[in-house]
Ligand binder design. Sequence first.
Ligand code: PLP
Length: 384
Amino acid sequence: MKFKKDLYKLDSDNNFYKASEIVNEYKKANPNSNVISLGIGDVYFPISKYVAKEMNAAIKKQTTPDFIGYGNYFGIQELRKAIRDNEYKDFDIEEIYVSDGTKSDCGNILELLENDALIGIPSITYPIYKNTCFSLGRKFEIIKSDDNFIPLIPKKHFDCIILCSPNNPTGINYSKEVLKKWIDYAKKEDCLIIYDNVYFSFINDGVKSIYEIDGAKEVAIELRSFSKHVSFTGIRCSYFVIPNQLHKDINIYWRLRTVNRFNGASYIAQVGALASFNDKVKKEIDKNIKYYKDNASILKTSFIDLGYEVFGGNDAPYLWVKCKDGYNSFDMAMYFLNTYEIVIVPGSIFGKDGDNYFRISALGRREDILKAIERIRKHESKAN
Ligand code: PLP
Protein backbone atom coordinates (compact mmCIF):
# COMPACT_ATOMS: atom_id res chain seq x y z
CA MET A 1 0.00 0.00 0.00
CA LYS A 2 1.40 3.35 -0.99
CA PHE A 3 0.73 5.45 2.11
CA LYS A 4 1.95 9.02 2.07
CA LYS A 5 5.35 9.31 3.75
CA ASP A 6 4.85 12.98 4.58
CA LEU A 7 2.17 12.04 7.12
CA TYR A 8 5.00 10.65 9.26
CA LYS A 9 6.59 14.09 9.27
CA LEU A 10 3.68 15.45 11.33
CA ASP A 11 5.37 16.22 14.60
CA SER A 12 3.78 13.85 17.10
CA ASP A 13 5.81 15.18 20.05
CA ASN A 14 5.11 18.84 19.54
CA ASN A 15 1.42 19.51 19.19
CA PHE A 16 -1.71 20.34 21.19
CA TYR A 17 -2.58 16.67 21.54
CA LYS A 18 0.79 15.83 23.10
CA ALA A 19 0.52 18.83 25.46
CA SER A 20 -2.95 17.71 26.59
CA GLU A 21 -1.73 14.11 27.06
CA ILE A 22 0.94 15.39 29.48
CA VAL A 23 -1.78 17.19 31.48
CA ASN A 24 -3.99 14.06 31.52
CA GLU A 25 -1.08 11.95 32.74
CA TYR A 26 -0.44 14.48 35.51
CA LYS A 27 -4.10 14.37 36.58
CA LYS A 28 -4.05 10.56 36.61
CA ALA A 29 -0.91 10.48 38.72
CA ASN A 30 -2.30 13.16 41.06
CA PRO A 31 -6.00 12.36 41.52
CA ASN A 32 -6.43 15.10 44.14
CA SER A 33 -4.92 17.80 41.95
CA ASN A 34 -6.82 20.95 41.05
CA VAL A 35 -5.48 21.85 37.62
CA ILE A 36 -6.50 25.18 36.06
CA SER A 37 -6.13 25.61 32.32
CA LEU A 38 -4.89 28.86 30.87
CA GLY A 39 -4.14 26.92 27.71
CA ILE A 40 -7.52 26.46 26.15
CA GLY A 41 -8.47 27.93 22.78
CA ASP A 42 -12.05 26.81 23.41
CA VAL A 43 -14.65 29.29 24.60
CA TYR A 44 -16.25 29.60 28.06
CA PHE A 45 -19.67 31.03 27.12
CA PRO A 46 -22.34 28.66 25.79
CA ILE A 47 -24.24 29.48 22.61
CA SER A 48 -27.03 32.04 22.93
CA LYS A 49 -30.46 30.69 23.91
CA TYR A 50 -32.03 32.42 20.89
CA VAL A 51 -29.53 30.74 18.56
CA ALA A 52 -30.29 27.38 20.18
CA LYS A 53 -34.04 28.00 19.76
CA GLU A 54 -33.63 28.68 16.05
CA MET A 55 -31.49 25.57 15.68
CA ASN A 56 -34.17 23.53 17.43
CA ALA A 57 -36.74 24.86 14.96
CA ALA A 58 -34.37 23.86 12.13
CA ILE A 59 -34.16 20.33 13.55
CA LYS A 60 -37.96 20.20 13.72
CA LYS A 61 -38.18 21.27 10.10
CA GLN A 62 -35.97 18.30 9.24
CA THR A 63 -38.73 16.01 10.59
CA THR A 64 -41.28 17.28 8.04
CA PRO A 65 -41.48 16.77 4.27
CA ASP A 66 -40.08 20.33 3.95
CA PHE A 67 -36.74 19.11 5.28
CA ILE A 68 -33.57 20.56 3.82
CA GLY A 69 -31.18 18.04 2.33
CA TYR A 70 -28.39 18.33 -0.23
CA GLY A 71 -27.95 21.40 -2.36
CA ASN A 72 -26.55 24.26 -0.35
CA TYR A 73 -23.01 23.81 -1.54
CA PHE A 74 -21.99 27.43 -0.91
CA GLY A 75 -24.21 28.18 2.09
CA ILE A 76 -27.88 29.04 2.52
CA GLN A 77 -28.64 32.28 0.73
CA GLU A 78 -30.09 34.08 3.80
CA LEU A 79 -26.88 33.43 5.74
CA ARG A 80 -24.63 34.56 2.88
CA LYS A 81 -26.76 37.70 2.64
CA ALA A 82 -26.56 38.34 6.41
CA ILE A 83 -22.76 37.97 6.29
CA ARG A 84 -22.60 40.35 3.34
CA ASP A 85 -24.93 42.93 4.95
CA ASN A 86 -23.22 42.83 8.34
CA GLU A 87 -19.55 42.40 7.49
CA TYR A 88 -18.83 42.60 3.76
CA LYS A 89 -21.01 45.37 2.33
CA ASP A 90 -18.61 45.93 -0.60
CA PHE A 91 -19.02 42.39 -1.87
CA ASP A 92 -21.52 40.43 -3.87
CA ILE A 93 -23.32 37.58 -2.08
CA GLU A 94 -21.85 35.20 -4.67
CA GLU A 95 -18.33 36.03 -3.48
CA ILE A 96 -19.16 34.73 0.03
CA TYR A 97 -19.04 31.03 0.93
CA VAL A 98 -20.21 29.24 4.07
CA SER A 99 -18.31 26.22 5.27
CA ASP A 100 -17.73 23.94 8.27
CA GLY A 101 -14.70 25.45 9.96
CA THR A 102 -11.66 27.58 9.22
CA LYS A 103 -9.38 24.71 10.23
CA SER A 104 -10.51 22.87 7.10
CA ASP A 105 -10.99 26.01 4.98
CA CYS A 106 -7.35 27.11 5.29
CA GLY A 107 -6.30 23.81 3.71
CA ASN A 108 -9.19 23.46 1.26
CA ILE A 109 -8.51 26.84 -0.33
CA LEU A 110 -5.11 25.49 -1.41
CA GLU A 111 -7.05 23.39 -3.94
CA LEU A 112 -7.24 26.57 -6.01
CA LEU A 113 -3.48 26.31 -6.56
CA GLU A 114 -1.36 23.95 -8.63
CA ASN A 115 0.27 21.16 -6.63
CA ASP A 116 3.73 22.62 -7.15
CA ALA A 117 2.75 26.08 -5.83
CA LEU A 118 5.16 27.27 -3.14
CA ILE A 119 3.36 28.30 0.05
CA GLY A 120 4.92 30.66 2.60
CA ILE A 121 4.09 30.18 6.28
CA PRO A 122 5.27 32.63 8.97
CA SER A 123 7.66 31.22 11.59
CA ILE A 124 5.29 31.65 14.56
CA THR A 125 1.68 30.96 13.69
CA TYR A 126 -1.31 28.60 13.92
CA PRO A 127 0.44 25.24 13.37
CA ILE A 128 -2.37 23.79 11.24
CA TYR A 129 -1.14 25.63 8.11
CA LYS A 130 2.16 23.77 8.16
CA ASN A 131 0.63 20.47 9.21
CA THR A 132 -2.03 20.75 6.49
CA CYS A 133 0.71 21.28 3.91
CA PHE A 134 2.46 18.15 5.22
CA SER A 135 -0.76 16.15 5.10
CA LEU A 136 -1.60 17.28 1.57
CA GLY A 137 1.98 16.99 0.33
CA ARG A 138 2.10 20.68 -0.60
CA LYS A 139 5.39 22.59 -0.99
CA PHE A 140 5.98 25.13 1.75
CA GLU A 141 8.73 27.20 3.34
CA ILE A 142 8.86 29.03 6.64
CA ILE A 143 9.09 32.83 6.52
CA LYS A 144 11.15 34.51 9.25
CA SER A 145 9.56 37.11 11.51
CA ASP A 146 11.04 40.27 13.02
CA ASP A 147 11.52 40.93 16.76
CA ASN A 148 7.88 42.02 17.01
CA PHE A 149 6.68 38.70 15.50
CA ILE A 150 5.72 40.34 12.20
CA PRO A 151 6.58 38.11 9.21
CA LEU A 152 9.30 39.64 7.03
CA ILE A 153 8.60 40.28 3.35
CA PRO A 154 10.50 37.51 1.52
CA LYS A 155 13.19 38.26 -1.04
CA LYS A 156 12.04 35.36 -3.21
CA HIS A 157 8.87 34.33 -5.00
CA PHE A 158 6.01 32.56 -3.23
CA ASP A 159 2.75 31.54 -4.93
CA CYS A 160 0.77 31.83 -1.73
CA ILE A 161 1.26 33.26 1.77
CA ILE A 162 -0.89 32.36 4.76
CA LEU A 163 -1.22 35.25 7.21
CA CYS A 164 -3.07 35.04 10.51
CA SER A 165 -4.21 38.31 12.05
CA PRO A 166 -5.05 38.84 14.86
CA ASN A 167 -2.44 36.20 15.32
CA ASN A 168 -2.68 32.93 17.13
CA PRO A 169 -0.51 32.63 19.25
CA THR A 170 1.07 36.10 19.55
CA GLY A 171 -2.23 37.98 19.88
CA ILE A 172 -0.90 40.70 17.58
CA ASN A 173 -3.10 42.35 14.94
CA TYR A 174 -1.11 43.43 11.88
CA SER A 175 -1.15 47.16 11.15
CA LYS A 176 -2.25 48.89 7.96
CA GLU A 177 1.42 49.53 7.07
CA VAL A 178 2.39 45.87 7.49
CA LEU A 179 -0.56 44.66 5.42
CA LYS A 180 0.08 47.23 2.69
CA LYS A 181 3.61 45.85 2.29
CA TRP A 182 2.24 42.32 2.01
CA ILE A 183 -0.35 43.36 -0.55
CA ASP A 184 2.32 45.14 -2.60
CA TYR A 185 4.49 42.02 -2.44
CA ALA A 186 1.56 39.80 -3.45
CA LYS A 187 0.73 42.04 -6.42
CA LYS A 188 4.34 42.16 -7.58
CA GLU A 189 4.81 38.40 -7.25
CA ASP A 190 1.32 37.37 -8.39
CA CYS A 191 0.94 35.64 -5.03
CA LEU A 192 -2.30 34.70 -3.26
CA ILE A 193 -2.74 35.82 0.37
CA ILE A 194 -4.88 33.57 2.54
CA TYR A 195 -5.85 35.81 5.44
CA ASP A 196 -7.04 33.93 8.52
CA ASN A 197 -9.10 36.49 10.40
CA VAL A 198 -11.01 34.24 12.85
CA TYR A 199 -10.30 36.60 15.77
CA PHE A 200 -11.63 39.73 13.98
CA SER A 201 -14.27 40.36 16.66
CA PHE A 202 -11.58 40.96 19.29
CA ILE A 203 -9.93 43.85 17.42
CA ASN A 204 -10.14 47.26 19.10
CA ASP A 205 -9.17 50.07 16.72
CA GLY A 206 -6.88 48.39 14.21
CA VAL A 207 -7.51 46.89 10.79
CA LYS A 208 -10.56 44.60 11.09
CA SER A 209 -10.41 43.11 7.62
CA ILE A 210 -7.63 42.94 5.01
CA TYR A 211 -10.09 44.46 2.51
CA GLU A 212 -9.75 47.80 4.32
CA ILE A 213 -6.37 48.06 2.54
CA ASP A 214 -6.26 49.21 -1.10
CA GLY A 215 -5.52 46.42 -3.53
CA ALA A 216 -6.43 43.57 -1.13
CA LYS A 217 -9.37 42.45 -3.27
CA GLU A 218 -6.92 41.68 -6.07
CA VAL A 219 -4.83 39.28 -3.98
CA ALA A 220 -6.52 38.12 -0.78
CA ILE A 221 -9.05 35.54 0.39
CA GLU A 222 -10.25 36.29 3.92
CA LEU A 223 -11.39 33.52 6.27
CA ARG A 224 -13.66 33.96 9.30
CA SER A 225 -15.46 31.61 11.66
CA PHE A 226 -18.44 31.53 14.02
CA SER A 227 -16.37 29.43 16.43
CA LYS A 228 -15.03 32.06 18.79
CA HIS A 229 -17.55 34.90 19.04
CA VAL A 230 -20.73 32.82 18.57
CA SER A 231 -19.29 29.87 20.60
CA PHE A 232 -19.66 27.52 17.63
CA THR A 233 -16.47 25.55 18.36
CA GLY A 234 -18.54 22.34 18.57
CA ILE A 235 -21.24 23.30 16.07
CA ARG A 236 -18.91 24.02 13.13
CA CYS A 237 -19.63 26.90 10.77
CA SER A 238 -17.26 29.27 9.00
CA TYR A 239 -17.20 31.55 5.97
CA PHE A 240 -14.81 33.21 3.56
CA VAL A 241 -14.68 35.74 0.77
CA ILE A 242 -13.23 35.08 -2.69
CA PRO A 243 -13.26 38.46 -4.46
CA ASN A 244 -14.04 38.43 -8.18
CA GLN A 245 -11.12 40.82 -8.62
CA LEU A 246 -8.61 38.05 -7.78
CA HIS A 247 -9.07 36.55 -11.23
CA LYS A 248 -11.90 36.75 -13.77
CA ASP A 249 -12.74 33.04 -13.41
CA ILE A 250 -11.80 32.45 -9.79
CA ASN A 251 -15.34 32.03 -8.50
CA ILE A 252 -16.27 29.78 -11.40
CA TYR A 253 -13.30 27.53 -10.51
CA TRP A 254 -14.18 27.56 -6.82
CA ARG A 255 -17.83 26.68 -7.43
CA LEU A 256 -16.82 23.82 -9.75
CA ARG A 257 -14.37 22.60 -7.16
CA THR A 258 -16.93 22.90 -4.38
CA VAL A 259 -19.89 21.12 -5.98
CA ASN A 260 -17.54 18.20 -6.57
CA ARG A 261 -15.79 18.19 -3.20
CA PHE A 262 -18.25 19.45 -0.56
CA ASN A 263 -21.94 19.00 0.18
CA GLY A 264 -22.26 22.20 2.18
CA ALA A 265 -22.16 23.05 5.88
CA SER A 266 -24.79 21.53 8.18
CA TYR A 267 -28.17 23.21 7.62
CA ILE A 268 -28.80 23.31 11.37
CA ALA A 269 -25.45 24.99 12.05
CA GLN A 270 -26.17 27.55 9.32
CA VAL A 271 -29.57 28.41 10.80
CA GLY A 272 -27.79 28.98 14.13
CA ALA A 273 -25.17 31.13 12.45
CA LEU A 274 -27.91 33.18 10.79
CA ALA A 275 -29.59 33.71 14.18
CA SER A 276 -26.32 35.15 15.53
CA PHE A 277 -26.99 38.27 13.40
CA ASN A 278 -30.14 39.00 15.42
CA ASP A 279 -29.75 42.39 17.18
CA LYS A 280 -30.23 40.97 20.68
CA VAL A 281 -27.71 38.17 20.04
CA LYS A 282 -25.22 40.69 18.69
CA LYS A 283 -25.46 42.54 22.02
CA GLU A 284 -24.90 39.29 23.94
CA ILE A 285 -21.87 38.54 21.77
CA ASP A 286 -20.45 42.04 22.42
CA LYS A 287 -20.85 41.42 26.16
CA ASN A 288 -19.06 38.07 25.95
CA ILE A 289 -16.21 39.56 23.92
CA LYS A 290 -15.83 42.33 26.50
CA TYR A 291 -15.63 39.68 29.25
CA TYR A 292 -12.82 37.87 27.38
CA LYS A 293 -11.05 41.16 26.73
CA ASP A 294 -11.24 42.04 30.42
CA ASN A 295 -9.78 38.59 31.16
CA ALA A 296 -6.94 39.38 28.78
CA SER A 297 -6.26 42.70 30.41
CA ILE A 298 -6.24 41.12 33.93
CA LEU A 299 -3.85 38.42 32.70
CA LYS A 300 -1.60 40.94 30.99
CA THR A 301 -1.27 43.25 34.00
CA SER A 302 -0.76 40.32 36.37
CA PHE A 303 1.91 38.56 34.32
CA ILE A 304 3.77 41.84 33.84
CA ASP A 305 3.57 42.36 37.64
CA LEU A 306 5.00 38.88 38.08
CA GLY A 307 8.02 39.93 36.02
CA TYR A 308 7.14 38.37 32.67
CA GLU A 309 7.53 40.04 29.30
CA VAL A 310 4.08 39.90 27.69
CA PHE A 311 2.92 40.50 24.10
CA GLY A 312 -0.54 40.55 22.52
CA GLY A 313 -3.77 40.35 24.51
CA ASN A 314 -5.15 43.66 23.17
CA ASP A 315 -6.76 42.61 19.88
CA ALA A 316 -6.99 38.87 20.45
CA PRO A 317 -7.82 36.50 23.29
CA TYR A 318 -4.20 35.30 23.48
CA LEU A 319 -1.12 36.54 25.33
CA TRP A 320 2.34 35.56 24.23
CA VAL A 321 4.67 35.42 27.19
CA LYS A 322 8.46 35.12 27.27
CA CYS A 323 9.78 32.18 29.32
CA LYS A 324 11.77 33.06 32.41
CA ASP A 325 14.90 31.65 34.03
CA GLY A 326 16.32 30.11 30.85
CA TYR A 327 13.48 27.61 30.44
CA ASN A 328 12.49 26.46 26.98
CA SER A 329 8.77 26.36 26.32
CA PHE A 330 8.04 22.68 27.11
CA ASP A 331 10.12 22.88 30.33
CA MET A 332 8.29 26.06 31.28
CA ALA A 333 4.94 24.32 30.70
CA MET A 334 6.09 21.41 32.89
CA TYR A 335 7.22 23.89 35.56
CA PHE A 336 3.77 25.59 35.53
CA LEU A 337 2.03 22.23 35.75
CA ASN A 338 4.20 20.73 38.49
CA THR A 339 4.57 23.90 40.57
CA TYR A 340 1.26 25.74 40.16
CA GLU A 341 -0.99 23.07 38.61
CA ILE A 342 -1.62 25.52 35.76
CA VAL A 343 -1.73 24.59 32.08
CA ILE A 344 -0.05 26.87 29.53
CA VAL A 345 0.71 26.12 25.87
CA PRO A 346 4.40 25.71 24.96
CA GLY A 347 5.39 28.19 22.24
CA SER A 348 7.33 25.60 20.23
CA ILE A 349 3.97 24.15 19.12
CA PHE A 350 3.58 27.30 16.98
CA GLY A 351 7.03 27.01 15.36
CA LYS A 352 10.68 26.54 16.37
CA ASP A 353 11.07 30.31 16.87
CA GLY A 354 8.38 30.14 19.56
CA ASP A 355 10.48 27.99 21.86
CA ASN A 356 11.28 30.81 24.31
CA TYR A 357 7.61 31.69 24.74
CA PHE A 358 4.31 30.28 25.93
CA ARG A 359 0.69 31.13 25.11
CA ILE A 360 -2.05 31.83 27.60
CA SER A 361 -5.68 32.20 26.70
CA ALA A 362 -8.27 34.69 27.95
CA LEU A 363 -11.22 32.60 26.71
CA GLY A 364 -11.75 30.92 30.08
CA ARG A 365 -13.80 31.61 33.22
CA ARG A 366 -12.89 34.73 35.22
CA GLU A 367 -12.81 32.85 38.56
CA ASP A 368 -10.27 30.35 37.18
CA ILE A 369 -8.08 33.11 35.83
CA LEU A 370 -8.09 34.97 39.15
CA LYS A 371 -7.42 31.74 41.03
CA ALA A 372 -4.49 30.92 38.73
CA ILE A 373 -2.92 34.33 39.21
CA GLU A 374 -3.36 34.09 42.98
CA ARG A 375 -1.66 30.70 43.00
CA ILE A 376 1.39 31.98 41.10
CA ARG A 377 1.59 35.08 43.33
CA LYS A 378 1.40 33.06 46.54
CA HIS A 379 4.06 30.65 45.36
CA GLU A 380 6.39 33.40 44.15
CA SER A 381 6.09 35.37 47.39
CA LYS A 382 6.84 32.20 49.42
CA ALA A 383 9.84 31.47 47.20
CA ASN A 384 11.21 34.96 47.80
N1 PLP B 1 -7.66 29.66 12.62
C1 PLP B 1 -7.05 30.01 13.76
C2 PLP B 1 -5.99 31.05 13.72
C3 PLP B 1 -7.40 29.43 14.98
O1 PLP B 1 -6.77 29.80 16.09
C4 PLP B 1 -8.43 28.47 15.01
C5 PLP B 1 -8.83 27.80 16.26
O2 PLP B 1 -8.32 27.93 17.32
C6 PLP B 1 -9.03 28.12 13.80
C7 PLP B 1 -8.63 28.73 12.62
C8 PLP B 1 -10.09 27.08 13.75
O3 PLP B 1 -11.32 27.63 13.49
P1 PLP B 1 -12.62 26.71 13.29
O4 PLP B 1 -13.13 26.36 14.65
O5 PLP B 1 -13.55 27.55 12.49
O6 PLP B 1 -12.19 25.49 12.53
